[in-house]
Design a protein around this ligand. Structure first.
Ligand SMILES: Cc1cc2nc3c(=O)[nH]c(=O)nc-3n(C[C@H](O)[C@H](O)[C@H](O)COP(=O)(O)OP(=O)(O)OC[C@H]3O[C@@H](n4cnc5c(N)ncnc54)[C@H](O)[C@@H]3O)c2cc1C
Length: 392
């Protein structure tokens, strides 16, 4: 691999959770590697990572997605010690308050099948009848659902600590993290050679990781690589109910996709992915969306939420893989040296540890501990979607 002042073994474009996790695993595997991370905005004001709900769940239908979450659940237990730098340990503030998916009768068989797989794989997850849901969570009116799937080990963490933990540790292991924007991928014939930056500098590298999140397609396009990944706006609303919920409410997902959970300070966070959410880099949020499109359904399910105040809100971007809403992981078959870690849609934060490790294994030519080849970018060229039924 080329060496020199403006060259590195691995160039990672995008310093969000995926880019930083990849840098951490690469350097943990080989401390002599020269790894550079280029991040266009080190305040992360528009990055998806800090704008996410930071939920971690084993409730997926695809074996590989469940395995990824199992690895994450174990990894975050050891996160503070693994990411310790100068005796400073990040605190992820993981709150294991569970995830509850309400299921309608049309989807009950599918949900029971998914539960069976999760249990076979050693996960804790259960089916709850409507009356069991109502006695466990007395604020809920679950009678119109067929029941729900309950994952007691699911929960959420602090996305800032998660990102900073990986970033600081990768830096302490030798990652060179610079603030600049990659404006063009440089290639010669069918091989990537590096990237040109907005500052005018170029960095040469025979291995470039596209970890640009919602900007992934924009970056890939500069090397004439077309990805089916689109930035789609998702809004989140922070609410203050007139009546305190009393005890924490799990991340609860209604059959429509509307979700809510408690947040510190007696608040509720709520949102929903809509088919008509706009594409593009739009970060505006509109409380009317909550009032008109979410509140009626929310208050029907939790009657005491018919009186609440919208305290604030925000919009972040999902990097939606329009082929199948699953991750795209691995080297692009038509351009040697371009590694993709993109298209995570709404579940990339929790996949960062397994994805970072997998990328490092692929790049270093090691046998992956977890076989994630199902997420190969080749399926894009072959128009071969993989099905995950638990997409939020
Ligand atoms: C509202 C919302 C809720 C979510 N909830 C969850 C959840 O509960 N659980 C979960 O697992 N996931 C959730 N997600 C998804 C999750 O946030 C993302 O999948 C994950 O953060 C993706 O990480 P990333 O590093 O790929 O992207 P990002 O965090 O966006 O990082 C990409 C980085 O690349 C940088 N960049 C882009 N282009 C360039 C360039 N050309 N040069 C240099 N730098 C560049 C950007 O500035 C950015 O910092 C949610 C997302 C949103 C928006």
């Amino acid at each position: 691999m080329p060496q020199g002042e403006n060259s590195c073994d691995v160039l990672i474009i995008g310093g969000g959770i995926i880019g930083c996790a990849a840098a951490y695993f690469l350097l943990s595997a080989d401390k002599n590697l020269k790894v550079t991370v280029v991040e266009k905005d080190l305040t992360y004001s528009q990055a998806s990572t800090p704008l996410s709900l930071a939920n971690v769940r084993i409730q997926f239908s695809l074996k590989e997605n469940i395995e990824i979450s199992q690895f994450t659940q174990e990894f975050i237990k050891k996160f503070p010690e693994k990411m310790e730098v100068d005796e400073d340990r990040p605190d992820l503030c993981f709150r294991k308050e569970g995830n509850l998916f309400l299921i309608n009768s049309k989807n009950k068989d599918r949900a029971l099948k998914d539960l069976e797989l999760q249990k076979e794989m050693g996960c804790r997850a259960d089916w709850l009848e409507p009356q069991e849901i109502e006695s466990k969570f007395p604020l809920y009116t679950a009678h119109s659902a067929a029941g729900g799937t309950w994952g007691p080990d699911d929960g959420y963490l602090d996305p800032h600590s998660f990102l900073n933990g990986f970033r600081q540790k990768a830096g302490s292991l030798g990652a060179h993290i610079i603030e600049d924007r990659a404006v063009k991928l440089i290639k010669s014939k069918k091989r990537l050679q590096g990237a040109r930056l907005q500052s005018g500098k170029s960095i040469s590298s025979l291995c470039v990781v596209n970890a640009a999140g919602a900007w992934a397609s924009e970056l890939a396009e500069t090397a004439s690589v077309s990805l089916p990944i689109k930035p789609i706006k998702r809004q989140v609303f922070a609410l203050k109910p007139a009546e305190k919920p009393g005890s924490p409410l799990p991340l609860t997902i209604l059959p429509s996709g509307l979700y809510f959970r408690t947040e510190t300070g007696d608040k509720i966070l709520s949102g929903r992915s809509f088919g008509d959410d706009p594409e593009g880099f739009d970060f505006s949020w509109d409380p009317e969306v909550f009032r008109e499109r979410l509140w009626p359904e929310l208050a029907e399910f939790v009657p005491s939420f018919d009186r609440l105040r919208i305290e604030r809100g925000w919009a972040g971007l999902y990097a939606v893989n329009t082929l199948d809403e699953n991750a795209v992981l691995g080297e692009w078959p038509e351009l040697k040296g371009l590694f993709l870690a993109n298209g995570f849609s709404g579940h990339g934060l929790q996949q960062a540890p397994a994805v970072g490790r997998y990328l490092s294994e692929l790049i270093l030519g090691k046998k992956p501990v977890l076989d994630l080849s199902i997420f190969t970018p080749r399926r894009i060229l072959e128009s071969r979607p993989i099905l995950e039924s638990a997409i939020i």
